[in-house]
Design a protein around this ligand. Sequence first.
Ligand code: FUB
Ligand code: ZN
Length: 632
Amino acid sequence: MRKYTPANFTDVRLTGAFWRERLDTVLAHTVPSQYRQLEAHDILSSLKLPKPVPELTIPRNAHNFTTQIFWDSDVGKWIEAASYALHHRRDAGIEAKIDAIVNDLEKAQLPDGYLNCWYIEREPENRWTNLRDNHELYNAGHLLEGAVAYFRATGRRKFLDVMERYVDHIAATFGTGPGQKRGYPGHQEIELALIKLYQLTGDSKRLDLAAYFINERGQSPHYFTEEARRREGDRFLQGTQEYNQSHKPVREQDKVVGHAVRAFYMYTAMADLAAELDDAALKHACETLWKDVTETRMYITGGFGPSASNEGFTKDYDLPNATAYAETCASVAMVFWAQRMLNIDLEGKYADMLEQALYNNCMAGLSRDGEHYFYDNPLESDGSHQRWEWHPCPCCTMNVARFIASVSGYFYSTSADALIVHLYGGTEARFEIAGTAVKLKETSNYPWSGNIDIRIDPSKATEFSLKLRIPAWAKDAKVAVNGQRLPVNGNVQRGYLDIRRVWSRGDRVELDLPMPIERIYAHPEVRDDFGKTALMRGPLVYCIEQADNTDTSIPLVVLPRNAMLSPVERPDLFDGIVAIEAKAQQIKTRDWAGVLYRNTPSATADIALVAIPYFLWANRGPNAMRVWIDEM
Ligand code: FUB
Ligand code: ZN
């Protein structure tokens, strides 16, 4: 079923200012500082086994749980991020650090292949007894992704060999055969990692194991329920099977429920399996779930999961702004899922979503300096929500790092005779299409401007399709090839404009995606957004932040319906952005002194309002912020 293959991120060089800056920050600051944090927070020393068992660094909470149980995953994710960084810039120091970690893991591994530092050190007798809560398979998945990435970056096999032994052990332990446990992960992740291993090695047993985990989920008898009966005094904090999406077999699931990261990692693997195994039922389930989540359960910022208590979904249209959880990991996971959907179906809605999550919720997760993070991403704050340097549960830090270090892999896909452009930005890329080596050079200042110039250089004149994504927000897009305008309206199919011709060296495509400022409104049942508007320009959601509006009280801002909104280049802000400026109003409170209720509405006063892209907020100290602004 797979029709399109994403270009390898190593074949796409980011040359435009926007992504170059983010990538350089991740390489120079994020990856090295995360290593220091892993060291400082005992995560690296937890791999050194055997040793006398130390006190817990993160004490158990009231539910007898400690996030220390999934430290292995943090190490795996850091190795993955660092490995992607190595493709951009080899670094002997980083490689030596990874090799030292791999040596520790190899030493810790048991003779039967089992490798989980928490269990080996603290409760070896209990391994595989609490798949529901204790993240063993999740840890294995992240270590595996790290091993695959490190092998691809350096060609060094040791980590991969260690992990293949562990995967062999897992395959022997789980399955439908005699004596095997019919379990599956409480936190999905290993499924998509196994598919990556299969794609690297071609060993179909890895694909079979991924398919087993997906197919077994939610079957009767319910594994987690049976498993819990075997544990004395078991308490399931989350209480529902929906929490970990084990309430039904996956093909029957039609509502996006429970923990958001678990859900999206699972859908990613489902879409991967649909492609690899030609499984129409899995594809159909993905399509149904996609429709559900994008029509009723997503923030305008591409954030998912409003609730902190389950780190996930609640009910339709429940999208509070100030308390939005919208975990960074969930948006990164959405990008993974969207990309996998694009592999099976070239539908603009998947790329639009990918872009929306990418430029807004995902990017907000990492500070400008590359060393501070957001876990939850509210759309409104009184200034108390601030970035942190580290967290007792640092899952989002390495997720955003591995994602940005490999972001160039989301720009293009190819098929036998097509080159597809999903995302725009200054890049230089190379592909093989219809047997011909093709170079592409894009010059643009995206996302600040929609003027895009693409040069195509095939090694010889070759016929193929260039499919340009025309985002849903880009009304009235214009295209010219070698100076000759092509009709766009009516020729865009499912979000892509297909330009099929014999391409020759030096051919030039000019694409103009107009980026007017749009006022966006939410479905009226999203009560938190009722009577409010959000501002978007191109793929960017904007917010108003106190730092740019010092004479104004952010909660009291009102935007008149007829207020002119102007894009303004601001080289003084964040090394150059396009801000939005408007004449707005502020509700006056002074004439309310000593009065709680009265029979006349509030008066307002003129203010000059400045909005900045949401992803940049909270980079200038404590600051009130809002995405949804009252409109009148
Ligand atoms: O449980 C592992 C990770 O930590 C989850 O994906 C995040 O939501 C956070 O709880
Ligand atoms: Zn996270």
